[in-house]
Design a protein. Structure first.
Length: 203
């Protein structure tokens, strides 16, 4: 899926061209019909669209082998997305680094956030994993500073600039704040915390 590729960089050079070629050649499954009502479409949609008959969303789904494009309902698209996300997390836990696991957990949290559900626990788990991967307790880096954005919400502004020991950061988990409301200028990011940790280097 596109957001998986963006997380890990995606294919490059010849690999990207080969991937694009495979995507172009992927055949469609049968006749283009709405998966909800069966209304026959003029052609296979290239992106998500609403059925002109029942007005329900139609999604495209490429099977795991990438060889067949199917039209699926909103619910089926969600099920496919979470199945692939969970598979990615399990694979990353087995073969990836803690940094990669933190990235996938953050991706999980972002998808939960987009669905309007409580994502705080997942976002904090991602932050915790990132700390343990980058600055384990007892390591060279003993203190961490919180940084954020100029348009961060009041809750984030209260913690931006504060310094914690690694142990304090893991215990208190101050970011994301429980009452974070996200960007004050970008409505589409309302509720998504962009604060992060950086090592505090003593002069």
């Amino acid at each position: 899926m596109r957001f998986f590729s963006s997380l890990f960089g995606g294919p490059k050079g010849a690999d990207r061209k080969q991937s694009a070629s495979r995507k172009k050649r992927a055949p469609h499954e049968g006749v283009a019909k709405c998966p909800s009502c069966g209304h026959e479409l003029e052609k296979f949609p290239r992106a998500r669209r609403k059925c002109p008959a029942c007005k329900k969303w139609i999604h495209r789904h490429v099977d795991r082998a990438g060889n067949l494009v199917r039209l699926v309902t909103e619910q089926q698209a969600q099920e496919h997305k979470w199945s692939e996300l969970n598979a990615l997390l399990e694979t990353t836990k087995k073969s990836g680094s803690k940094h990669d696991v933190a990235g996938v957990l953050r991706l999980h949290a972002l998808e939960v956030f987009k669905e309007g559900r409580d994502h705080l626990a997942l976002a904090q788990k991602a932050q915790r994993t990132q700390i343990l991967a980058s600055w384990p307790p007892g390591g060279i880096i003993g203190r961490l500073r919180i940084i954020g954005c100029a348009d961060s919400c009041p809750a984030c502004q209260e913690v931006i600039g504060k310094v914690f020991t690694v142990e304090e950061a893991l215990k208190e988990m101050p970011i994301p704040p429980k009452n974070c409301t996200g960007s004050t200028k970008r409505p589409e990011q309302h509720g998504w915390c962009r604060c992060c940790w950086v090592p505090e280097i003593d002069d």
